[in-house]
Design a protein around this ligand. Structure first.
Ligand SMILES: Cc1ncc(COP(=O)(O)O)c(C=O)c1O
Length: 451
């Protein structure tokens, strides 16, 4: 497509550095301009409709164009457009949201702490883990274990926790004191003849061996997504979380559940913690907390985390942490209304109702000889393209992505896996329509490959 001078695309190329984009390719090709959204659909500036099969960035749970969220924002903007929560100030949206989150938490939690992104929530979790260890007189207990292919964000701390090479390479990361253990993707990482149960046992042993090698007195916390998202939608095998949590308990290692994608219904329960029977000490939330209509994230901490933190802040005189827009009244008001919508419309029930259809359609795609595996739970899933002669790993996914875009479906190519995570308001007809389009795109891709 030629880019017209002074068009949005031309100005974007001239002035805008994009996240997760090859800057040189953008100079050549420009960006796709998305102009508006309605329900599960978005429209580009040429008027083309796309099924937003990824709900933006795994986040627009209630769909686009939800007027109740617009009204909640406008109302709060008019009443109190900004106030902070530093130095013992507060306002009703942040009070109500904290109360709501603690009441709906899947395991007993004590306090909610607000930030603006998933990265900041995880960054804060890491700082609180360190602060707490110092409070407990355990200054050496600071290491945090994450997993290969885990995704926890991009700040210096959270990118260190992320277990993906492109978040470390050339950024001089990860930080010291962040360690990575094995990824629970059975098909990709099983050894010859290893059963799923043996694989689970090995994952738990890898974690235990790492803790023992580093010294249990130096390992403070473990962080994991109930289902890995950006690592390729990796649903852990049966028994995995039980085995991992046993090791964490044994060595007094805190568990941080990163619910930034799973939270607020994605897996068919309000939280992934419930789906996988987790007992975390801290939970990070973002994305579907406000359906991304406003930037907001939250960290929930239990009493075992809160009490030493409170003692330390009393000793020092302050908890020296916080960002200007934390618990922003407009974002908090939107989050509250968004959670109300999720509850009133029983969107978690909708995920549970539609999940069998969603997973069956994915599984049917798995019959295609181009596909090696399908994975999913609730309304999050992926299919992975089989390795193919003449293509390096990770080259097939982006090519298929372009075909799906032509068909009018936005997915996400994660290497050679195609991820799907549609808005939770989707209907069965729309699930079918999305996968009909995916199948057409896949057929065209197959013809191209064999031409
Ligand atoms: C599981 C998980 N944690 C953390 C993050 C980081 O969130 P943010 O992009 O808001 O910083 C993401 C973002 O995709 C995520 O998927």
């Amino acid at each position: 497509m030629t880019i017209q001078p002074n068009s949005l695309e031309a100005r974007d190329k001239a002035y805008h550095l994009h996240s997760y984009t090859n800057a040189r390719a953008l100079e050549r090709d420009g960006a796709l301009v998305i102009e508006r959204g309605e329900g599960i659909y978005v429209y580009d500036n040429a008027g083309k409709q796309y099924v937003e099969g990824m709900a933006g960035l795994w986040s627009v749970g209630v769909g686009f164009g939800e007027s109740r969220l617009v009204e909640a924002a406008a109302k709060q903007m008019a009443k109190l457009p900004y106030y902070h929560t530093f130095t013992a100030r507060t306002h009703s949206p942040s009070v109500e949201l904290a109360e709501k989150l603690i009441q709906m938490a899947p395991v007993p939690m004590s306090k909610a702490y607000f930030t603006n992104s998933g990265s900041e929530a995880n960054d804060t979790a890491m700082k609180i883990v360190w602060y707490r260890s110092n409070a407990l007189g355990k200054p050496d207990k600071k290491k945090i274990i994450s997993r290969t292919k885990g995704y926890h964000g991009v700040t210096i701390a959270s990118a260190s926790l992320t277990g993906l090479p492109n978040n470390h390479r050339s950024f001089d990361l990860p930080l010291a004191r962040v360690l990575h253990t094995s990824c629970p993707h059975y098909r990709a990482f099983k050894t010859e003849g290893e059963t799923e149960a043996q694989f689970v046992e090995r994952c738990a042993k890898d974690l235990e061996d790492l803790i023992l090698k580093e010294g249990p007195d130096t390992v403070a916390a473990f962080i994991g997504e109930p289902v890995m998202g950006a690592g390729g939608v990796i649903v852990p095998p049966a028994g995995y979380w039980e085995a991992i949590q046993k090791v964490l308990k044994k060595y007094d290692v805190l568990f941080i559940a990163d619910e930034v994608i799973c939270g607020f219904g994605r897996t068919g329960e309000m939280f992934g913690t419930t789906t996988f029977d987790l007992q975390p000490d801290m939970i990070t939330l973002s994305k579907q907390i406000s359906s991304s209509y406003q930037p907001i994230s939250a960290l929930l901490i239990n009493e075992a985390v809160y009490q030493p933190l409170a003692d330390e802040s009393a000793k020092i005189g302050t908890f020296g942490h916080g960002v200007t827009a934390a618990g922003h009244p407009v974002a908090a008001a939107v989050a509250l209304e968004n959670i109300r919508i999720i509850e009133e419309r029983d969107l978690v029930g909708n995920v549970r109702t539609l999940s069998p259809r969603f997973l069956a359609r994915l599984k049917a795609i798995g019959e295609n000889p181009l596909v090696i595996e399908t994975r999913g739970v609730g309304l999050i899933g992926a299919f992975e393209l089989a390795p193919r002669e003449g293509f390096a790993a990770g080259q097939l996914g982006p090519k298929l992505f372009s075909h799906l875009m032509e068909e009018g479906v936005i997915s996400r190519a994660i290497g050679d896996s195609m991820a799907f995570c549609p808005p939770m308001i989707i209907t069965q007809e729309q699930v079918d329509d999305m996968f009909d389009k995916v199948e057409r795109g896949l057929d065209k891709f197959a013809r191209e490959l064999t031409a």
